[in-house]
Design a protein around this ligand. Structure first.
Ligand code: ADP
Length: 665
């Protein structure tokens, strides 16, 4: 256990002294690990999310592209099954000839049509198909057939259709390269050096230069193929989607002549032979009869507008991951826990927003999986470290506190012991000195009399000190009990003032009373007398000879009694006033240095007054004088107990902190 603690402590010291180095190295390790983990499971949903919320104009479908589908309904009305025989395809092509479209992409797998009845490719329908296509091309309509491929390469359309332009038109579903979710995100650009159907068709349409490839094209050398990430268009129902028509509408001449003029028409059949034909597109919610055809349209659309997505390089991704991880590590170590949570969230959100902006407007795909994981690993790695350091710091404080409490107890016990033991011998010395003074007064020479007088007054001071200390330990052990009775405060004040007549006269100080008639109030007379005595004693001690002291008492708002002792003494600075009620505090001035005192009087005064539910106020000006006031509730303390628990605790705490403060000094 100890060695673990030791190791943690060393780690903490290392982090504290070499923070930048630790941050940079840790960020480097996290980045290196992340770069070597395939995170497509994270990148794919992030990519899809991005596509779905994309607001760029590029996400709208090109209205020049139109779709013609041959679906079950078409087959039913013709009393046929899919794929339709060649004769229907020829009729469709001939019908389209009337519309003068800009291009026709024929995405029907002719080898399947051939499989059903190979003979039809020997007959006139095949010749007429080729002828119709040729005529279309002569009149400026681009024509291309999309084909499948197998291990041997492209499966060309059966002769004589193979004479017409054709290229591979496959829908690539993510299987093992990017994500394994069978979603189509990327499209073939070239295969074995030859352009795919989409690229070749775009070139024939005049949208792509003969040797240009879409933005973001990347090669996969193992496959001798290149791909690009295309965009989905018209991805929500609210947006416009590609217009689609059925085979029947065109054949029956229901489409007005100008509606297909100049359009790029993609034609496909819905074949149930292969379930893969129903490619799943996660982005399109429009009710398309043939989702696969929609994917073809999207790929073509992306090539036409050159809006393929370029992936940010691996090195850039590494640099971004490294920078963000280091930033989070630094932030969590340097900031408060709350701020570090906000900083982490802020970084993550900023990364997502910047990524989205680059995606929408620059066609750049920032792979956020790694930086995001870097941010979160960085955060969760440093948080436990912080927690451990917090705990160890708290543990340290607790231990110190325990030691201080023990010291405090020892000190109180010691003071108690000493003062108790001192009390009797001091009383004896005082008693004996007084007896000696009385009995031998006549026989004493003046010097001896003065000596004995000094012994008496020194023991007086010592007594005062001892009783203050005893009072203090009573207060600190919270054993103070109030004995509340109804008492006439004025009487109490008069009695106290009487006791100070001699000292006041000795200093030629005029002690006067201004007492309003008052009803008796509920107080502990003994404690309040001590308080008044202390205030008058202080005002005499800290006043110049010949000055005046006024003790007053009056009622305030019928609920309170205010007793004030005002002098024309040395006064107190604002700083001194702040510390007055701290234990053992004595202001640093020549008068205080000359007079004896414990620095406990005002501390006890405030404690006793608080125990009564009252408060103490000081108004003082250096060199002018001071007014100490105690304000007591007429009804007495709120509870008859010595101290309410709350007050006990508050005072207990204050004593605790005073003791700590004291011990630290
Ligand atoms: P003590 O008088 O025994 O030193 P107190 O707690 O009663 O302790 O007072 C604390 C300090 O406050 C004194 O040492 C003195 O510096 C200052 N003080 C108290 N009363 C007065 C007063 N009336 N005028 C000026 N200073 C005062």
């Amino acid at each position: 256990m100890l060695s673990v603690q030791h190791a943690l402590e060393r780690l903490r010291k290392l982090i504290l002294t070499r923070k930048p180095l630790v941050v940079l190295i840790t960020a480097g390790i996290i980045t290196a690990i992340l770069l070597n983990i395939p995170l497509s499971f994270l990148e794919a949903p992030l990519y899809d999310f991005r596509v779905r919320i994309s607001h760029s104009q590029a996400a709208l479908p090109d209205s020049r592209i139109e779709l013609i589908v041959m679906n079950d309904e078409t087959a039913k009305t013709l009393d046929q099954v899919l794929p339709l025989p060649l004769s229907y395809h020829t009729q469709l092509l001939e019908a389209l000839g009337r519309y003068q479209p800009r291009g026709i992409g024929y995405l029907v797998d002719m080898s399947q049509v051939h499989q059903v009845d190979p003979d039809q490719f020997q007959g006139p329908w095949a010749t007429r198909f080729v002828e119709a296509a040729k005529q279309l091309r002569e009149r400026g309509t681009a024509f291309e057939i999309g084909t499948r491929f197998d291990v041997t390469g492209e499966i060309a359309p059966p002769y004589p259709l193979s004479l017409l332009p054709h290229a591979i038109a496959i829908i690539h579903k993510d299987g093992n390269v990017f994500a394994s979710d069978k979603i189509t995100r990327r499209a073939l650009v070239t295969f074995n050096g030859a352009p795919s159907f989409h690229l070749d068709f775009a070139r024939a349409l005049g949208f792509s230069a003969p040797d240009a490839t879409p933005n973001g094209t990347f090669t996969v050398p193992d496959l001798d193929a290149s791909y690009f990430f295309f965009r989905y268009h018209g991805d929500t129902a609210s947006k416009k989607s590609y217009r689609q028509r059925t085979f029947g509408e065109v054949i029956r001449g229901e489409v007005p002549a100008d509606e297909l003029r100049g359009k790029i028409v993609l034609i496909s059949t819905v074949s149930r032979q292969n379930s893969n034909d129903f490619a799943f597109t996660p982005y399109s919610s429009a009710p398309y009869a043939n989702p696969k055809l929609v994917i073809h349209a999207n790929i073509l659309d992306s090539i036409i507008h050159n809006e393929g997505l370029a992936r940010v390089s691996v090195w850039s991704t590494a640099a971004i991951t490294y920078a963000l991880t280091a930033l989070v590590l630094w932030g969590v170590l340097a900031l408060t826990p709350l701020y570090s949570v906000f900083a982490t969230l802020f970084l993550s959100v900023t990364l997502l927003l910047v990524g989205q902006a680059l995606f929408d407007w620059r066609g750049l795909w920032l792979r956020e999986g790694k930086p995001l994981l870097g941010i979160f690993i960085g955060y969760y790695l440093t948080v436990p470290y912080r927690l451990i350091t917090e705990y160890s710091r708290r543990w340290e404080y607790q231990r110190k506190n325990e030691v201080l409490t023990q010291v405090e107890e020892l000190k109180t016990n010691f003071l108690n012991l000493v003062t108790h033991d001192l009390k009797t011998p001091v009383a004896r010395i005082q008693g004996l000195a007084e007896v000696l003074m009385r009995k031998a007064n006549d026989r004493l020479i003046d010097r001896d009399r003065e000596t004995i007088q000094s012994i008496v007054s020194a023991t007086d001071e010592l007594n005062h000190f001892i009783s203050s200390i005893l009072e203090l330990s009573k207060v600190e052990s919270q054993n103070l009990q109030l004995s509340i009775e109804s008492k006439d405060v004025n009487q109490l004040i008069e009695k106290c003032a009487l006791g100070f007549k001699a000292p006041a006269r000795a200093k030629q100080i005029k002690l006067q009373l201004q007492l309003e008639p008052l009803f008796p109030i509920r107080i502990d007379a003994n404690l309040i007398s001590k308080v008044i005595n202390n205030l008058i004693d202080n005002s005499i001690k800290y006043s110049r000879p010949g000055s005046e002291i006024t003790v007053s008492a009056k009622e305030e708002n019928e609920a309170w009694v205010r007793i004030s002792v005002a002098d024309q003494g040395i006064g107190l600075t604002p700083e001194e006033q702040e510390n007055l009620f701290t234990r053992f505090y004595r202001a640093k001035n020549t008068r205080t240095a000359e007079t004896s005192g414990t620095g406990l009087g005002l501390y006890l005064t405030r404690y006793f007054i608080k125990a009564h539910g009252g408060r103490v106020e000081v108004q003082s000006e250096k060199g002018v004088g001071s007014r100490f006031s105690i304000i007591l509730p007429v009804a007495g303390p709120p509870e008859t107990e010595a101290l309410r628990p709350g007050l006990k605790n508050r005072i207990g705490n204050r004593i605790g902190s005073a003791v700590r403060h004291f011990a630290q000094e």
